[in-house]
Design a protein around this ligand. Structure first.
Ligand SMILES: [Zn+2]
Length: 475
């Protein structure tokens, strides 16, 4: 029930005041009811009751924006050759996920990242809210309610479609002004690294400073930063493509991931970290195979750091996926080119090799936009060992896997069926309190829109009535 406290705070900060007080009242009633009868799963899912037990469980979620299976194949050929494997291809569980949004077969980053952050489908362009605009509880909120540290790392602007739903709630992904405000004032994420200086003000930075963040603006400052809260902005907009990145000035995604893990792993309560390789998508829109390959490889190098970490820390799971595919890429043929990038080379030498190798791969693009192709979902952790491989699921399951893990529940991802739709709004005609959870298509219903207000009010009146009767009887 302690979950309701951060939830209430979250409501006050994200919804207008009057409705937030109503919602807090409802949450208080819920608290009373659930403590009176913990076995009655009134509205919030029963998993909530085990919230406070787990200590130290941690999750790293890595999202390659626009990274479909062929992007992985292109990266593999360029970096490792025909017989090699990328880091992401050496994980415990290989599945794939559908990515459609609430209003389209083809998702955008905001809707897809919202699905992964909250377990709810929403409209394209919507950030951390359902199709009706109601703020949703995110995996970051849940981690914070468990006193875990949190981090968001990206090669795009921090306000962009994929990182934003983990920190903000708005109906328009282009509302960078409001997204920036919420990231700075409300999100309280311990480590934020990426671009986006254009939409941050000196007022934002002094606010962050007063919250105890160390502020860093280049690679050297990042590498030298201590272990406290960290806010790093390395470009005006998105970070440069790997093909032109200044190795001294701008940190790699691997370096940002490494620093984040250094900081977040200090928390004995555990952490949640999301890392985005954000520019694979932009290279896909541009149908640029060199940038596409180099961005996927940079993302995979960051995965290498995460993989090293999870192999040493049994209480941490790693999930790697994409928000959607971009470009309709097919790898058509590959001219053999012997020399592979290697650790003994300089970064410059490896970059030159990768460019040459990428140019030797022939590809077709069928689109300059996103496609509906299911995306890879790779997971690492002993909990995934018993799951069947080549499994088709939906991107909302990414949230449910993470939520189950934090709740200490067995992982049981649901196969993709025909039933995944948007989260139903509260209705006025549902059944009695004890059967409410079975009526929703969102079985892990931690989203606020699932609160069934008439049922709650009815149930609380009933409870009060029973207490009064018992009290009078006793007298
Ligand atoms: Zn895109």
């Amino acid at each position: 029930m302690f979950f309701f406290i951060p939830l209430s705070v979250h409501l006050v900060t994200t919804v207008d005041r009057e409705s937030s007080y109503v919602a807090i009242l409802i949450l208080l009633v819920l608290t009373t009811l659930s403590s009176a009868n913990p076995s009655s799963h009134l509205v919030l899912h029963p998993r909530i009751s085990s919230l406070s037990d787990e200590i130290g469980l941690s999750i790293i979620l890595m999202i390659g924006d626009g990274m479909g299976p062929e992007q992985v194949e292109l990266g593999r050929l360029v970096e490792k050759g025909e017989s090699g494997r990328l880091n992401m291809q050496s994980l415990t569980w290989n599945a794939s996920a559908t990515t459609h949004s609430a209003d389209s077969a083809i998702a955008d980053s905001a809707a897809s990242a919202t699905a992964m952050a909250t377990g709810n489908k929403t409209n394209n362009g919507f950030v951390g809210v359902n199709p009706q605009g109601v703020p949703l509880v995110t995996i970051v909120d849940i981690a914070q309610s468990l006193n875990k540290s949190t981090g968001v790392v990206t090669t795009t602007s921090i306000q962009h479609g994929t990182p934003a739903p983990f920190m903000a709630h708005v109906e328009n992904r282009n509302d960078y002004y409001e997204i920036s405000r919420q990231i700075v004032e409300d999100a309280n994420v311990d480590v934020v690294l990426g671009g986006g200086l254009n939409d941050l003000t000196s007022g934002h930075f002094s606010n962050l400073g007063s919250q105890g963040y160390t502020l860093v603006y280049n690679r050297t400052e990042l590498l030298n930063a201590g272990l406290g809260k960290l806010f790093g902005i390395f470009d005006y907009g998105h970070l440069d493509y790997e093909q032109v990145r200044d190795f001294e000035e701008t940190p790699s995604l691997m370096e940002m991931t490494n620093k984040s893990l250094e900081i977040l792993s200090q928390d004995p309560d555990g952490f949640f970290l999301i890392v985005e390789g954000g520019r694979i998508d932009h290279a896909g829109h541009a149908n640029n195979r060199v940038n596409n390959a180099l961005e996927t490889i940079a993302f995979d190098n960051a995965i290498g750091v995460a993989l090293d970490y999870v192999q040493e820390h049994e209480n941490t799971i790693l999930l790697i996926t994409a928000d959607h595919e971009t470009g309709g890429l097919s790898v058509v043929s590959n001219t053999l080119n012997d020399e592979l990038p290697s650790e003994s080379n300089t970064e410059e030498e490896n970059r030159a090799l990768r460019i040459t190798r990428a140019l030797n791969v022939t590809v077709d693009w069928s689109s300059t936009s996103h496609t509906g192709l299911p995306v890879p979902l790779f997971c690492y952790g002993s909990l995934f060992e018993s799951l069947s491989q080549d499994f088709l699921t939906d991107n909302t399951e990414v949230f449910h896997i993470m939520n189950d893990y934090f709740m200490g529940n067995p992982l049981s991802p649901t196969p993709m069926t025909t039933t995944t739709t948007t989260t139903p709004l509260p209705t006025t005609t549902t059944t009695t309190p004890t059967t409410t959870t079975s009526t929703t298509s969102n079985p892990d219903g931690v989203s606020l829109p699932d609160l069934n207000i008439p049922v709650l009010v009815g149930a609380s009146l009933l409870t009060v009535g029973v207490i009064v009767v018992l009290y009078l009887k006793r007298r």
